[in-house]
Write a protein that binds this ligand. Structure first.
Ligand code: FES
Ligand code: FES
Length: 154
């Protein structure tokens, strides 16, 4: 069964006709070609599919696209402005926080949600905020350092 929906993604409205069982990850990646959102486990364990829904980090693999209607969705593609990286993206590059990069979009969005709420978090709060985002490469310290560096600038 298909459904017509309108999604607000990165401040743009998209009218779509999609199967009702399609997840938000699938629609972002396959219908909207916003492939920055990664599909890892597909069952809510890894956080690679994290997007912001009304400012809160959400595993988009666990949300049906139809359920996202009426909410403000933000993906990693929405962060840079006029070709300029968001300070968190820049900090991840400068601190060597990106290796394979699979976790990075979700990590950065979880960090953004934290900093939007609390501009100067401590290390414990940072680690808590990214606790739903698994990274197999970096050992997390460089990610925490990158987020802390942005928090200090703010
Ligand atoms: S792909 Fe969504 S949590 Fe792993
Ligand atoms: S950089 Fe590879 S999973 Fe995090």
């Amino acid at each position: 069964m298909k459904k017509m929906i309108t999604l607000n993604v990165n401040d743009r409205e998209y009218d779509l006709v999609i199967p009702v069982n399609r997840t938000l990850t699938q629609v972002l990646r396959e219908n909207l070609k916003l492939t920055g959102t990664k599909q890892g486990c597909g069952v809510g364990d890894c956080g690679s599919c994290t997007i912001l829904m009304d400012g809160r980090p959400v595993n988009s693999c666990l949300v049906l696209a139809a359920e996202a209607e009426g909410h403000k969705i933000e993906t990693i593609e929405g962060l840079s402005e006029e070709g300029q990286l968001h300070p968190l993206q820049q900090a991840f590059v400068e601190h060597g926080s990106i290796q394979c990069g699979f976790c990075s979009p979700g990590m950065i969005l979880s960090a953004k949600a934290l900093l939007d709420k609390n501009p100067s978090p401590g290390e414990t709060e940072i680690r808590e905020a990214i606790s739903g985002n698994l990274c197999r490469c970096t050992g997390y310290q460089k990610i925490v350092d990158a987020i802390q560096s942005v928090a200090k600038k703010v």
